[in-house]
Design a protein around this ligand. Structure first.
Ligand code: KG4
Ligand code: ZN
Length: 360
């Protein structure tokens, strides 16, 4: 265990260090313990996930057709407790620092994780670092061993989640520039909302993706919002409106017959815009590699489309973060590690607050 003297100037310990990561920003409660050989270690392959457990609230929110913030926050309370109990974190030596999501996310849901983490920090005397959830998603790519071995800056990330769609230029650990972002709905939201209006269950992304694989995209013509716009911004709310029109115009007895084709058309429209803008940003800013992260990065058509376009242009494509696509504690621990390496083992439980609107 790294010994920390709160009165002395920070010294990087030369011993294994365990970081507890806690995520409660939306509808997943997740805890991880990530071990790194030493904070000094440059050998990026030497990190180990000692523990990683996620409790998904999806079955709870499915009853309402989407995430209900108050229900999410209330559910996180017993879930955080049971994850902590199962991880036996109160046994000595089980962690040396705590990383917790401080935002963006649902205010009351964030607070559950933060208060849990602050209590742990108070009881253990260990430092606490508040992590930007979006940075956590970027760190999910770093959890993939092959990516860590080839990690060279700058890296361009397409960050696609339920709440965000951004093109992020990462110049160094903890140094980011947002090149473009959505002006309205995020891409995950576009999947979720179009699925909902077709009567499909929450979350819509995986459901549309599964149905799209059995449909023919060419049956319906949908818009590609902002595809030819010079900026690196996105917009998906027009797509949702177009899908609503197509769906409402379909006779009731044809809806079941054509639903997979419409799902394929929705997926194709979203993927085409995301791939095209990412490729254009990569050609303009010339990163060492391009990565895709966030819940929507689980989408096989998006992964394949990005890979095809980037490889054809001679641009390196990082492995999508399999196992860490949707919200999880491991990515929060990893981003916490980046900050601890940069700023040292410090951070008091007193000053940490939830920041629901936080951006990169
Ligand atoms: O990153 P995430 O777990 O939560 C946020 O930070 O928002 O992302 C959740 C989003 C949801 O909108 C969900 O529909 C979408 O990721 N998603 C997918 C797929 N799996 C999850 N979207 C498209 N295809 C998928 N296979
Ligand atoms: Zn997320």
């Amino acid at each position: 265990m790294a010994v920390r003297n709160p009165n002395s100037k920070f010294q990087i310990p030369n011993s294994p260090l365990r970081i507890l990561g806690l995520e409660t920003s939306c509808d997943e409660t997740s805890l991880a313990i990530l071990e790194v050989e030493s904070l000094k270690s440059k050998v990026e392959s030497r990190i180990r996930l000692k523990r990683h457990e996620t409790i998904s609230q999806i079955p709870i929110h499915q009853r309402y057709g989407g995430v209900v913030p108050e229900v999410a926050a209330r559910s996180h309370v017993p879930e955080v407790v049971s994850l902590l109990e199962r991880a036996k974190v109160f046994k000595r030596d089980s962690f040396d620092a705590i990383a917790v999501t401080r935002g963006p996310g649902l205010a009351t849901a964030l607070r559950v994780g933060i208060e849990g983490a602050r209590t742990l920090a108070f009881l253990s005397g260990q430092p606490i670092v508040g992590v930007n959830h979006l940075e956590g998603h970027l760190a999910s790519a770093w959890l993939v061993p092959k990516n860590r071995r080839n990690w060279k800056f700058p890296i361009l990330f397409l960050l696609v989640s339920g709440g965000h769609t951004e093109l992020v230029f990462m110049r160094d650990f903890c140094v980011y520039e947002v090149l473009g972002r959505t002006r309205d709905d995020a891409s995950g939201e576009a999947f979720d909302k179009t699925a909902k209006l077709m009567g499909l269950p929450y979350p819509g992304g995986p459901e549309i993706s599964r149905r799209a694989a059995q449909g023919k995209a060419g049956k319906f013509k949908l818009p590609r919002p902002m595809l030819n716009d010079a900026s690196f911004d996105f917009s998906f709310s027009g797509l949702k409106t177009a899908v609503r029109r197509v769906w409402e115009d379909l006779p009731a007895n044809k809806k079941t017959f054509f639903i997979n084709d419409l799902c394929a058309a929705v997926e194709e429209a979203i993927v085409e815009v995301l791939v095209s803008k990412t490729l254009r940003a990569a050609q303009r800013f010339k990163p060492q590699a391009v990565g895709v992260v966030g819940g929507v990065s689980a989408n096989p058509a998006l992964q394949a489309g990005l890979k095809r376009a980037l490889v054809a242009s001679g641009i390196k494509f990082l492995e999508p973060p399999r196992g860490f696509y949707t919200d999880n504690g491991a990515m929060i621990a990893a981003a916490g590690l980046w900050h601890l390496r940069r700023n040292g083992l410090k951070g008091s439980w007193r000053s940490l607050e939830a920041e629901p609107e936080l951006d990169l």
